[in-house]
Ligand binder design. Structure first.
Ligand code: DLL
Length: 439
């Protein structure tokens, strides 16, 4: 059957067999990590876990979690399980403070990673006739080399343009006949803007799909991107600690990211108790790598909040899906006791007007010390012209957005409009929240 290609076959393994493979690979990984990482042996001792008590993957919940701070504390190589001469590549993720976390990849690790990205692309109908313009940043960040390796593995012609150089991106897209683009959703918004500015018509390109990830984005944003450009926008997920992009990816159904769980074992745990939750419940995503040798991780807390989808996908893949990452637990804003996520702001804005794709959230304190949340909304040139000098229309538009946010979030959000092209843009991940509360 045509749907079973070399690249997609593992996605359709009968569930029973998939669980057996996971069990086997988990036990192998556990023994390997225990034998090779002193830090991990100490961790188990500290938690009074005897390695002999781990007899199958069913015992995984007896094991302690590994956190980002553990990777920082063991910087640079304290978590490496393979001898250094077997490491053929490093990647690192910086975060905003402190030391980066460093991951090492053996040749085999790179093969698994590339094959995972290729599976994701193939699941959305990409094949060796496609030209992939890869606008994720190359370097220690995994986006560039991850999509590059996966695209080549699938046989695509990869254009390794990296992020930035927006004018050139559009020129090459047209001249090379690129059919697929990969970058952060926020950089793609920047490309859309620039295209408008220079009169670049997406319909005149061969572009048909985009793979967007590395930061949260919403269904509403997907619809805006698709309406604006006519391409299909797919969600691709991953993190440096587990390999990079392609830990999971959507399929052509666009109904949630399939986790390639023969390589990366997912669990969802309660954010307070850290107890495992059944499929369907929302909590923190935790991964155990099943094939990694350089820096394998057992029960790594991602901080990403999602749920595992209960129903099987219409595509027939047996590998489970996660729902869209709503936020990271670190990104949650607590405003006057109410939990607010940037995604809720984005969804409300775009529900009122799908052109309001550029926004910034500013947190501050008022004179009495209470938290204030403001959304700065950038108007498109058309909207700006339409509203110009019409105070009543500006106020009515503000009110419509404010009321929608109030209904979604439950608190009052101050709305202010800013001029076209005035908010910061990004070539990679965009930070849309400015927190001035402690200034
Ligand atoms: O962002 C890897 C990647 C590159 C994924 C390109 C997809 C595409 P890190 O820099 O380590 O790795 O950041 C990982 O980014 O824990 C999530 O919080 C967030 N993230 C990644 N993909 C998505 C997504 C790369 N599709 C962190 N939706 C993760 C929402 C995402 N958040």
């Amino acid at each position: 059957m045509s749907q079973y290609t070399m690249t997609s076959a593992p996605d359709y393994i009968p569930v029973k067999m998939l669980r057996e493979i996971q069990n086997e690979r988990f036990m192998e990984t556990f023994r390997y990590v225990y034998a090779n990482v002193q830090w991990y042996r100490d961790l188990l001792e500290e938690h009074n876990v005897s390695p002999d008590s781990i007899k199958s993957i069913a015992d995984i919940s007896k094991l302690p979690f590994v956190k980002k701070t553990d990777l920082r504390d063991t910087y640079p190589f304290g978590m490496f399980a393979a001898p250094r001469n077997e490491i053929v590549r490093y990647h690192a993720s910086s975060g905003t403070t402190g030391k980066p976390i460093v991951m090492g990849y053996t040749r085999g690790d790179l093969e698994v990673w590339n094959a995972s990205v290729a599976r994701g692309l193939a699941a959305c109908g990409i094949n060796d006739t496609d030209v992939l313009q890869n606008a994720y940043g190359y370097g220690l960040f995994t986006g560039g080399l991850g999509l590059h390796g996966g695209g080549e593995k699938l046989g695509c012609s990869v254009v390794p343009i990296s992020g930035g150089n927006t004018e050139r991106q559009l020129m090459l897209m047209r001249d090379f006949g690129a059919t697929v683009v990969s970058c952060t959703p926020s950089y793609f918004l920047h490309l859309i803007d620039h295209a408008k500015k220079i009169g670049f018509d997406w319909k005149e390109t061969k572009m048909r799909a985009g793979f967007f990830g590395a930061e949260p984005w919403t269904e509403e944003m997907r619809r805006s991107i698709e309406a604006e450009t006519g391409i299909k926008a797919y969600d691709i997920y991953g993190l440096t600690e587990i390999s990079g992009p392609g830990v999971g990816c959507e399929c052509a159904c666009q109904a949630g990211v399939h986790i390639f769980e023969d390589n990366f074992y997912p669990e969802i745990v309660d954010t307070e108790t850290l107890e495992p939750l059944p499929d369907g419940e929302i909590g923190e995503l935790v991964f155990t790598t099943l094939c990694k040798r350089g820096t394998p991780l057992i029960r790594y807390r991602t901080r990403d909040i999602t749920s595992i989808v209960v129903e099987q996908c219409a595509c027939g893949r047996t590998v489970r899906r996660i729902s869209r990452i709503s936020h990271r637990s670190d990104d949650m804003m607590i405003i006057r006791g109410v939990n607010v996520f940037p995604g809720q702001i984005e969804a409300s804005l775009l529900a009122v007007d799908p052109t309001l794709i550029h926004y910034q959230i500013v947190l501050s304190k008022n004179a009495t010390g209470l938290d204030v949340i403001e959304t700065r909304v950038e108007l498109s040139a058309e909207k700006f012209a339409e509203l110009a000098d019409n105070v009543a229309a500006v106020e009515a538009f503000k009110r419509a957005i404010g009321e929608k946010m109030q209904r979604t979030i439950g608190i009052n959000v101050k709305i202010s409009f800013v001029e076209p092209n005035s908010l910061p843009r990004s070539e990679g991940k965009l930070n849309r929240v400015v927190d001035n509360r402690n200034k």
